[in-house]
Ligand binder design. Structure first.
Ligand SMILES: [Zn+2]
Length: 330
């Protein structure tokens, strides 16, 4: 078995050996996301070791007494009265990586802890992040039930509320950053991806410039549609979740094998004839074959039919059969 020790920090062969050992024994989660621990596994740092042990504690449903928790050693014992389970982790000679030295004892009569202190607000926020980002209005009760069913712990409602507030705040700041960089992103796209169509619409009636719309179609989408697609365009829109809302409008074509071919996307403030017209006008600028389009298909959304008629009075307009059926069965 490889020894993780080296004789001297100057010994390059020893350093290489330790590096190789760490690489082969680096801790990794199981494919199903579960944490399992064994002697010899290496954590990339003390911080990472603490994080994994905390998650393991929550996963296994017991609480750990951190009898040693410093820059060189982590020795944790189960708090169960009759329990003998303990784990010892210590630093390797590089003073950065940590290795599991021993795992001893067994859990004896240890009951699952439902309100584990390691299930902190940050932990709850990271575990429910996908649900909150997918639906910012998700109820605290739903998040609590999700955490209980997936991790076997039941954080208090207050902790759930705090975690949700924290995640929403982060989500909003992510959006602020992203929307703030749209113009820069658009300019870079125009420089790096020649002949693409990018447009950022600003609401000029506001005292300070305010984002209104964004249109994007890559050159490959435009030329791909012109060269290889049928004379057909499908239009659709969906509401955007998140702090700023808005609607995403998109168009698709059909390639020679009737596969879906995306042509352009657009973010607008709401769905109406004016916003659809703006989107279709931009599309017209990029596609000089638009006059040859025979059919536009949409789902009877607000304003889209009128906008198509306004831009292409001779084109045939159809409705998506699935949406008609859905509307009839509402
Ligand atoms: Zn135990």
């Amino acid at each position: 078995m490889d020894s993780p020790y080296i004789n001297s920090s100057e010994d390059e062969i020893g350093v290489d050996r330790m590096y190789g050992y760490n690489l082969r024994n680096a801790w990794k989660p199981n494919p199903n996301g579960k944490i399992s621990l064994r002697v010899g596994q290496v954590f990339e740092s003390a911080e990472k070791g603490r994080e994994i042990l905390s998650k393991y504690e929550i996963q296994e449903g017991f609480e750990l007494d951190k009898s040693k928790n410093d820059a060189r050693r982590l020795t944790y014992k189960c708090k169960g009265d009759e329990c003998t389970w303990r784990i010892h982790v210590s630093s390797l000679p590089d003073d950065v990586t940590f290795r599991i030295r021993s795992i001893t004892g067994d859990h004896v009569n240890c009951r699952r802890v439902m309100n584990n202190n390691e299930a902190t607000t940050n932990w709850v926020a990271s575990m429910t992040s996908i649900l909150i980002r997918d639906n910012p209005n998700v109820k605290a009760k739903v998040l609590q039930t999700y955490i209980k069913s997936t991790h076997g712990v039941e954080p208090s409602k207050h902790k759930i509320y705090r975690a949700k507030r924290k995640e929403l705040k982060m989500l909003k700041s992510d959006h602020v950053d992203c929307y703030g960089q749209l113009r820069k992103y658009g300019n870079i796209l125009l420089q790096m991806n020649l002949d693409s169509l990018v447009m950022v619409g600003i609401d000029t009636l506001c005292v300070t410039p305010k984002f209104q719309r964004f249109f994007l179609s890559f050159n490959a989408q435009l030329t791909g549609f012109i060269r290889g697609c049928k004379p057909f365009i499908g239009l659709d829109g969906c509401h955007l979740k998140g702090p700023y809302g808005g609607v995403l409008l998109s168009t698709i074509g059909l390639d020679s094998a009737s596969g879906i071919f995306p042509i352009a996307d657009c973010v607008v403030e709401n769905e109406c004839m004016e916003s659809w017209s703006w989107f279709l006008e931009r599309l017209h600028e990029g596609l000089d074959v638009l006059d040859q389009i025979d059919i536009f298909m949409s789902d009877q959304q607000k304003g889209v039919s009128a906008a198509i008629k306004q831009q292409w009075p001779r084109a045939d307009s159809r409705y998506c059969a699935r949406h008609i059926l859905a509307n009839l069965t509402k």
